[in-house]
Design a protein around this ligand. Structure first.
Ligand SMILES: Nc1ncnc2c1ncn2[C@@H]1O[C@H](COP(=O)(O)OP(=O)(O)OP(=O)(O)O)[C@@H](O)[C@H]1O
Ligand SMILES: [Mg+2]
Length: 243
């Protein structure tokens, strides 16, 4: 297993949010987490990324236990956190600045601008980009991090339905190039069906995984997605049941 989570618990001011959570993700697997607002999805990602300490439990990557920050996780938090006073290139190459590899990271970023639909915007500022472009910039920054597991918290949540669809198509297209293990949190059932190898439903107070849905289809496209009415209905049923 690439990632293993064992008996993970977390509370805020004495209120238990996650209780004895267990999870295993295979190398290169794309897992989507669905669940009601406030159930603890971001909390889980914060713990995996090492920015929040759990009350108990363990996280293993490649069978080695992880405590706190680790180079295995690239995290795109729920809000795109581009710095308004920095250009897109400076924002995207931010990790290079932090790790004193500015030149190398900028070169890598520039090489990836076309693939991320950002060509020509290197020296623009976040306010000059559309919402979708800002999300792709934040995504590129996360991808350049070089970590082997990407944690994406509602990466397209703030976008209108058409732009979101375009971004989902784009992610579907570049997925094999990214070559990473992916964990994506979303409220969008279609997004989860379209992108996932496996969907996990997190729910309850405190939360635990209530249901696992494996999706084996290859060669997915929008037409395929529109025809997945039974799967959509099943997921909706479980979301409602465990809300
Ligand atoms: N820093 C914090 N201090 C206190 N309580 C918090 C904190 N962060 C989150 N919580 C609480 O923990 C619970 C889980 O929050 P979390 O952000 O993980 O939910 P979520 O599933 O990501 O929700 P959403 O789908 O709305 O993003 C919520 O009840 C929230 O109020
Ligand atoms: Mg959240």
């Amino acid at each position: 297993m690439k990632l293993k989570v064992e008996n993970l618990s977390c509370s805020y001011r004495g209120a238990l949010v996650l209780n004895q959570l267990n999870m295993a993700v295979k190398e290169m697997e794309f897992v989507c987490i669905l669940g009601p607002s406030g159930c603890g999805k971001s909390t889980l990602l914060n713990i995996l990324a090492g920015v929040l300490a759990p009350d108990g439990g363990s996280v293993y990557v490649d069978d080695a236990e992880i405590n706190g920050l680790s180079s295995h996780f690239a995290y795109m938090p729920q809000q795109d956190l581009l710095m308004p006073w920095k250009t897109i290139l400076e924002n995207v190459a931010l990790y290079g600045t932090i790790h004193h590899q500015k030149k190398k990271m900028k070169a890598q970023a520039i090489a990836n601008f076309p693939k991320f639909g950002l060509s020509g915007y290197e020296n623009r500022y976040p306010r000059e980009l559309s919402g979708g472009m800002r999300q792709r910039a934040a995504f590129l920054r996360t991808a350049l991090c070089g970590a082997d597991i990407m944690l994406l918290d509602e990466p397209f949540g703030a976008l209108d339905v058409i732009t979101r669809g375009v971004m989902q198509d784009w992610l579907q297209d570049i997925r094999s190039d990214l070559n990473r293990t992916m964990i994506l949190v979303t409220h969008d059932v279609d997004e989860a069906i379209y992108l996932s190898d496996r969907i996990l439903i997190l729910a309850g107070q405190p939360a635990s995984f209530k249901k696992e849905i494996i999706i084996e289809a290859t060669d997915r496209n929008r037409e395929w997605l529109f025809s997945q009415t039974d799967l959509h209905r099943e997921i909706y049923y479980y979301l409602k049941k465990f809300q």
